[in-house]
Design a protein around this ligand. Structure first.
Ligand code: 13P
Ligand code: SF4
Length: 334
């Protein structure tokens, strides 16, 4: 049994520069709980030549204090394919770790909790995709990266919310099968004019927002800018000032510096972005992704200590799934 971690003066000094990054969102009384684990994780990463990729929805102590690469799904896929480390820890959900493993088959890829899933990824199987192809012969299949490797293996090209329009336009066809997110599919159809055959998958976090809720916030907060993720229902997107991926949303805030902003997405996003935008007031509707929140400093530390749980993909599936991700990466992206 390793010795329990304690908040010593040495740990306090070692982590002081990291606390500076999160002091706006983590009260001083909470830091002694996080700091010993933050120090232990950063030490182990150096010893084992490991890096941590973190999605924008991770909590601030993970996002700002132990991660090496942060971003949206597209950035994590792209930058995760170029790393030099022997071990990659995904502080995100399972489909993100699978994408990383597809692009780094020789590396050890860890996901601190194997149950960190996604309602979109579980909404569809490889057999469902084969049935759709049969029903719509000749239509290419574009899959959101929020899918399992098994579904990616049945896919022509993947996309993320950051490049879905660009990917669909790159195909130069009139009709595509786009799955599994129905609302993203509708958004892409509107932006491109391409006929989209959707699947009825939804994100359990974003589908809970409503247009009425957005309008009520506008009434309560004068001068509010509303920025929404395209996984939200169409009435929410219609009520928003800007629609984009989590990176698009972060860029909107840092470039436009709105006085007040409502980020219609997962709760931790506002916390993570607020640290670099002290003059922006964040109105926080708090919809948590229960899957993203399965990742903690505790289980990141444990996965680095044990090098478990690992993400493994059946090689026959992996070879076909990798192609659909590589095709996406090859067409560029914002
Ligand atoms: P982004 O690619 O925009 O980060 O979205 C991923 C996701 O899971 C949103 O719910
Ligand atoms: Fe999946 Fe929604 Fe959670 Fe993103 S926020 S990981 S789409 S359940």
């Amino acid at each position: 049994m390793p010795a329990p971690l304690a908040y010593t003066p040495q740990i306090e000094a070692e982590t002081a520069h990291l606390y500076k990054k999160v002091e706006r969102v983590i009260p001083p009384i909470e830091w002694p709980v996080f700091a010993p684990q933050v120090a232990a994780i950063n030490k182990l990463k150096a010893e084992k030549n490991a890096i941590i990729l973190a999605h924008n929805y991770q909590t601030p102590e993970i996002f700002h204090c132990v991660s090496d690469i942060v971003g949206d799904s597209l950035a994590l896929a792209r930058k995760g394919a170029e790393v030099d480390a022997d071990i990659i820890v995904m502080a995100g959900v399972h489909f993100m770790a699978e994408t990383t493993k597809l692009l780094n088959p020789e590396k050890i890829v860890l996901i601190p909790d194997l149950d960190a899933g996604c309602s979109l990824a579980t909404s569809i199987t490889g057999a469902d995709v084969r049935a759709m192809r049969k029903k719509h012969p000749g239509a290419p299949v574009v899959s959101y990266v929020n899918t399992t490797a098994e579904v990616k293996a049945e896919t022509d090209i993947c996309c993320t919310s950051g490049n879905a329009v660009e990917v669909v336009e790159s195909l130069g066809v009139d009709k595509v099968i786009f799955l599994p997110d129905e609302y993203l599919a509708m958004h892409v159809a509107k932006q491109t004019g391409v006929e989209i055959i959707p699947w009825q998958g939804h994100c359990e976090v974003h589908e809970r927002f409503t247009g009425d809720e957005i309008r009520a916030y506008r009434q309560d907060f004068e001068g509010l800018q509303v920025i929404a993720h395209p996984e939200c229902p169409p009435d929410v997107l219609d009520a928003a000032d800007y629609v984009g991926s989590t990176k698009g949303m972060a860029d909107f805030v840092s470039e436009k510096q709105p006085k007040r902003v409502l980020m219609v997405t997962e709760c931790s996003m506002s916390d993570n972005i607020s640290t670099a935008n002290p003059n922006v007031e964040f109105v926080r509707p708090c919809n948590l992704c229960p899957h993203m929140k399965r990742i903690t400093l505790d289980n990141i530390l444990s996965s680095l200590q044990t090098l478990q749980p690992r993400v493994e993909i059946d090689p026959q599936i992996a070879d076909r799934a990798r192609l659909s991700v590589e095709r996406m990466i090859a067409i560029g992206g914002k």
